[in-house]
Each structure stands twice: as C-alpha cells, then as structure tokens.
Design a protein around this ligand. Structure first.
Ligand SMILES: [Zn+2]
Length: 73
C-alpha cells in the first residue's frame, strides 16, 4: 500500500494547504512546504531513517538554497 508522505522527513502528518494548488502541501513535522511523494512502506522507512541521520545537514542545505534564490532576485 502506498501512502502520501513528506519527501524530506517521511512523515505522513501532512496537510493540503492550498485548495487551488494541489501540489502545495505542508508538513507538520518538519515545516516542509511543497509537493509530497507517494511511496510504499519500505521507501517511507528509508526516508525517515535518512532524515533522522542527516536532519541538521538537510536543514542547512535547505536554508542555503533559499539564500541563493534570494540573491538571484
Ligand atoms: Zn516533513
């Protein structure tokens, strides 16, 4: 069975925030906003494991990416 989860932390505690935009979801676990992924249990556990191991790294990368985006504009 496949479930919709947050691609960043693997949580299924996600909310569809913009009815006009089906691809915008919000994760209550890690504050991710964007499209979610639909995966099977095995991939879900992999993502969750990866998130637990690399949490600070992933968050830092995300923050840096935002900074770069800002500079371009
Ligand atoms: Zn998340």
């Amino acid at each position: 069975m496949k479930t919709k989860i947050c691609p960043r932390c693997g949580s299924d505690d996600i909310e569809w925030i913009i009815p006009q935009n089906w691809s915008q979801w919000s994760c209550n676990n890690c504050n991710y906003t964007g499209p979610v992924v639909e995966v099977d249990t095995e991939s879900k556990e992999e993502i969750q494991e990866n998130w637990e191991k690399h949490k600070p790294e992933i968050l830092r990368k995300t923050a840096q990416k935002h900074d770069e985006d800002d500079d371009d504009e």
